[in-house]
Design a protein. Structure first.
Length: 106
């Protein structure tokens, strides 16, 4: 039988390390929940339409469009300025920053 005095250090309890791990996991889960809540595409309470463009102007460009509950994803083909098409008009930027489209007459 041993007498435990108040000034003696307590023996290491293995359950204390488990409690510390649980605290660590709670902090990690809270950080992940904050990251998900700040993502505009994943916010379930957002009623706004959102467009996210990654790598703009590069061959690896992607665009994600959220309209209501529907999310569409578009990827660039890597071919800039190529393809079949016909010029149908011209667009002009005015001094106030707005654009005017002028169709060509045939």
């Amino acid at each position: 039988m041993s007498l435990k005095l108040l000034h003696e250090p307590e023996s290491d309890d293995p359950i204390l390390s488990v409690v510390n791990l649980i605290d660590l996991f709670l902090v990690i889960i809270a950080a992940l929940l904050i990251a998900v809540a700040q993502n505009p595409l994943l916010t379930p309470f957002s009623q706004r339409d959102v467009t996210v463009i990654t790598d703009p102007g590069k061959p690896t460009m992607e665009m994600m469009v959220k309209k209501g509950e529907k999310i569409e994803r578009y990827k660039a083909s890597g071919e800039i300025g190529q393809g079949d098409g016909v010029k149908v008009g011209a667009a002009y930027r005015l001094q106030d920053g707005s654009f005017v489209y002028v169709p060509e007459s045939r």
